[in-house]
Design a protein around this ligand. Structure first.
Ligand SMILES: Cc1cc2nc3c(=O)[nH]c(=O)nc-3n(C[C@H](O)[C@H](O)[C@H](O)COP(=O)(O)OP(=O)(O)OC[C@H]3O[C@@H](n4cnc5c(N)ncnc54)[C@H](O)[C@@H]3O)c2cc1C
Length: 426
């Protein structure tokens, strides 16, 4: 394995259903333009087209080029934050709605997968949030209390039950969330693109929006090959803002996450590793994630980017982690390594920006974008149809640069490297 394959790694190598799309050219008008071909943009395109709206999506690179093609594939219910923290930060008015909407977001994901027959290794067996320390176990107890109070099907497993579910004795317990599951993230994005096309949306790739300006009754978007006028615009560039939107990176905290994947595990060993196929992650501040793909590869991930010398450091950590957490796997070579940029906000709450009545975006999913991207795409589509932002359960906020942005990024990147240098050595 070399460092060359660090863009979408395993997902690019195994994705199903890639769609060959044309580059945008010429001069056209549409009712709604969407910028970005990840979950948010594709879901918005799909739901707008389904309502009979004329919609054009422009993707700067290829479908799933951003977080959608690089993530862990955990279809989580809700944000990282516990429900009561969400209410404290966004207020009661939006908070309860946000919790309910995102708590139910896996329903929409799996419903679309079923309805459009999306082949994306979709499993809905729940996820496991694993306690790797006493403090983590206490935090999971509190998480269980807050979600159960809201009627969510979450259950805290003790050490033995967690060992049975994970196939590892490394954890003191685990919170099983039955609302959640896993997908092949890039195949899911391709599937959404196919669904949007089927409903009548026009999608273009390798068509970065390089410039945009107000036009008579909407917006004029310029790509290298063409010009598109639109009455309304949905900006769905998230953690990968390019060209006309590159400044928007200033509103996000730099936070990277990498993954390494083994070759498919032998059948007898595979039966002992996450035997229920739940995706999992731990309670550590520099968290680790563990999941399987359909071929039986074990995928481990954590905070940081795998580039240059950090590649060796994080890879050595991944090797040690597999040995310590799943010793039954033994010595295995790692086959793929890749990383991506998470759209993180300082308080871990997503942002709803309305640039003017006809241009809006929701961003900052903080590493939870499969469900939220799919749901917010749908809600943004409804907003563009109704003209009312009321159904979006977030306060409208201005785009503001993050203070001490570089320093915060350095804190996470350097902290993760230092931690991975020493973690699981003994
Ligand atoms: C490593 C990693 C792990 C993650 N793990 C999980 C997980 O397990 N579960 C989960 O739910 N979420 C996870 N996430 C978050 C999730 O991937 C994102 O929240 C999700 O992809 C956001 O979808 P999106 O459509 O809003 O943005 P993206 O998927 O990032 O798509 C944005 C698109 O906009 C395009 N674009 C940018 N600028 C322009 C332009 N000027 N013109 C045209 N197109 C443009 C980009 O090329 C890109 O394709 C993870 C993210 C990363 C990076």
């Amino acid at each position: 394995m070399s460092q060359e394959n660090t863009a979408q790694g395993l997902w690019a190598a195994t994705a199903k259903g890639h769609v060959n799309l044309e580059t945008f050219s010429g001069s056209t008008h549409t009712r709604v333009a969407i910028i970005g071909g990840g979950y948010t943009g594709l879901s918005a395109a799909l739901h707008l087209a389904k309502q009979g709206e004329d919609v054009v999506l422009l993707e700067g690179s290829d479908i799933g080029h951003g977080g959608a093609g690089r993530n862990v594939g955990l279809v989580n219910a809700g944000l990282w934050l516990m429900p009561e923290d969400v209410i404290r930060l966004v207020g009661k008015e939006h908070g309860e709605d946000l919790i309910n909407v995102l708590g139910a977001s896996p329903d929409l994901v799996y419903e679309l997968i079923d309805r459009y027959d999306i082949h994306c290794e979709a499993w809905r067996h729940g996820t496991l949030h694993c306690a790797d320390a006493r403090s983590g176990y206490k935090a999971l107890q509190e998480r269980e209390r807050q979600w159960q109070k809201r009627g969510a099907p979450v259950k805290l497993l003790d050490k033995d039950e967690a060992a049975e579910k994970t196939g590892s004795t490394a954890f003191l317990g685990a919170l099983l969330d039955e609302r959640a599951g896993t997908v092949h993230p890039l195949s899911y994005a391709y599937g959404l693109a196919r669904a949007a096309l089927k409903e009548g949306a026009a999608l273009f790739t390798h068509s970065p929006v390089q410039d945009l300006e107000r036009s008579n009754n909407g917006w004029l978007l310029k790509t290298p090959g063409g010009e598109l006028t639109a009455e309304s615009v949905i900006v769905a560039v998230q953690g990968y803002p390019e060209a006309a939107f590159s400044d928007q990176i200033q509103g996000l905290v730099p936070f990277n996450y990498f993954q390494f994947a083994t070759p498919p595990l032998p059948k007898d060993i595979l039966a002992t590793v996450l035997p229920g196929r739940q995706g999992s992650w731990d309670t550590n501040l520099i968290l680790s994630s563990y999941r399987l793909d359909a071929a039986g590869r074990l995928i481990v991930g954590s905070v940081g980017m795998v580039e240059n010398w950090a590649w060796d450091l994080h890879k050595a950590w991944a090797d040690r982690t597999i040995k310590k957490v799943f010793p039954q796997v033994g010595e295995v070579p790692l086959e793929y390594g890749w990383w991506g940029r998470i759209a993180m906000t300082p308080d871990h709450i997503p942002r709803f920006h309305v640039m003017d009545k006809q241009m809006a975006m929701v961003t900052g999913y903080n590493g939870r974008g499969i469900g939220p991207g799919t749901v917010f795409g749908k809600l943004l589509a409804q907003y563009m149809i109704s003209g009312s932002p009321q159904r979006i359960p977030l306060p409208v906020s201005p785009i503001a640069p993050v203070t001490f942005r570089r320093l915060r990024g350095l804190f996470y990147e350097a902290g993760a490297r230092m931690y991975h240098l020493i973690q699981r050595r003994i």
